[in-house]
Design a protein around this ligand. Structure first.
Ligand code: SAH
Length: 374
């Protein structure tokens, strides 16, 4: 609601580039890039646009949205589902995105243990009674490491065309900088946080004294949260309703890791095979017959590989070779490729993951591929 309002009303008179809502989201994204939180909750997430942007931040493993209006959340929540590409190339990190229906005036244990909580243009929508409970719920109960709160700066309003009392009919109040800062400082003091003020949406030249269009407070918990402090929270009854959950495919899940390793092994083995066969074909006097018909044992040295491949292959006791119409590629050779190595960690894990998934020699030490085109 807010973003449409700004885009329409500011055109021609005060135009923010990028639009103000994007500047607020970018501010949060920059904060995420800086602090690398693993668990992030967006309170008053509305149409989930910020969550949708944040799901691309690789540090985040748990992303939660909360809103008192289920309808607005449900409208676009499908955007938070994994895409085909997420399955084709699962990420290293795990990621679960969940949407809850509920109010920031109520405590629910599902909101414990977060690193970052964002409240973007939320507080001005709260009734007086909700605003009173808000600090105890967010800072006292959830107690995340960082809280970001943004709200309109009413001192900027005279510069906005058509704004008489407030920027939006649902706003219960709009604070000037002194009001917001005094509320934020008192909240920070009560719950042992430090707070710093900034904003987005620069005032026009000559009007600098009004401050930013959106004021922002960043609260940082003074004493770090420990697992014990999260767990020692008084048990609270669950009151929120989960309306959406998406678990993203991840290499942390053995099933996806195995698929990725097998794909990589087959790809690597094919490259080695091709390199070996190309070499054989380029030596007509030595290997004159067609390979598939030749019952010749072949023990090429590492210079059978293209230069690129050669640099990737570390010392192996055994090297790839052709026997009849079968190419044997030692597992040690495949494991020496950085991507395979990085995915599996250890040679034992590598062997465990590919067992029964690729055709191995009778002693289990090499991948077997037919010399024929596959
Ligand atoms: N953060 C979004 C939406 C801001 S509008 C953005 O930046 O665009 C405020 C949102 O807060 C609305 O979606 C409204 O439904 C929600 N809201 C209002 N009161 C709430 C409450 N008590 N608890 C949780 N969400 C609330």
């Amino acid at each position: 609601m807010d973003k449409e309002f700004q885009e329409e009303q500011f055109t021609g008179i005060i135009k923010f580039t990028p639009p103000l809502y994007k500047q607020r989201y970018q501010f949060v994204k920059d904060l995420v890039e800086k602090h690398k939180p693993k668990k992030v909750a967006d309170l008053g997430c509305a149409d989930c646009t910020l969550l949708w942007m944040l799901k691309c931040c690789n540090c985040i493993e748990v992303l939660v949205g909360l809103d008192v209006c289920a309808t607005v959340m449900k409208e676009n929540m499908h955007r938070l589902s994994p895409l085909p590409g997420d399955y084709l190339q699962p990420a290293e990190r795990s990621l679960t995105v969940t949407l809850h229906h509920g109010s920031v005036a109520h405590k629910d244990p599902c909101m414990l243990g977060f690193d970052l909580v964002t409240c973007i243009e939320l507080i001005e929508h709260l009734e007086e009674s909700e605003l009173k409970k808000f600090p105890e719920v967010v800072f006292g109960f959830m107690a995340p490491s960082i809280v970001v709160i943004t709200t309109p700066n009413s001192e900027f309003n005279p510069l906005l065309p058509g704004v008489i009392l407030s920027r939006h009919p649902d706003h219960k109040f709009e604070w000037n900088r002194a009001q917001f800062e005094s509320w934020a400082l008192e909240t920070a003091r009560s719950y042992d946080y430090s707070v710093e003020f900034t904003g987005v949406g620069h005032p026009p030249t000559g009007k600098e004294n009004v401050g930013f269009c959106t004021q922002i407070a960043v609260f940082v918990r003074k004493c770090p949260q420990t697992i014990e402090s999260v767990q020692s929270e008084k048990p609270t009854e669950a009151v929120y309703q989960t309306v959406f959950q998406a678990v993203y495919p991840s290499l942390k899940d053995e099933k996806y890791l195995q698929n990725a390793v097998v794909d990589e092994v087959i790809f690597t083995a094919q490259i080695i095979k091709q390199s070996l066969l190309d070499h054989v074909m380029s030596e007509p006097e030595e290997y004159s017959d067609d390979l598939t018909e030749r019952e010749l044992e072949f023990q090429p040295s590492a210079d059978c590989f293209s230069e690129d491949l050669e640099t990737l292959v570390v010392e192996n006791s055994m090297e790839p070779f052709v026997d009849g119409n079968v190419v044997y590629i030692p597992l040690t050779t495949i494991f020496s490729f950085p991507r395979v190595n990085q995915l599996c960690g250890t040679f034992e894990k590598f062997c465990e993951l590919i067992a029964d998934k690729v055709t191995l020699s009778s002693d289990g030490s090499a991948v077997m591929l037919s010399t024929e085109y596959e």
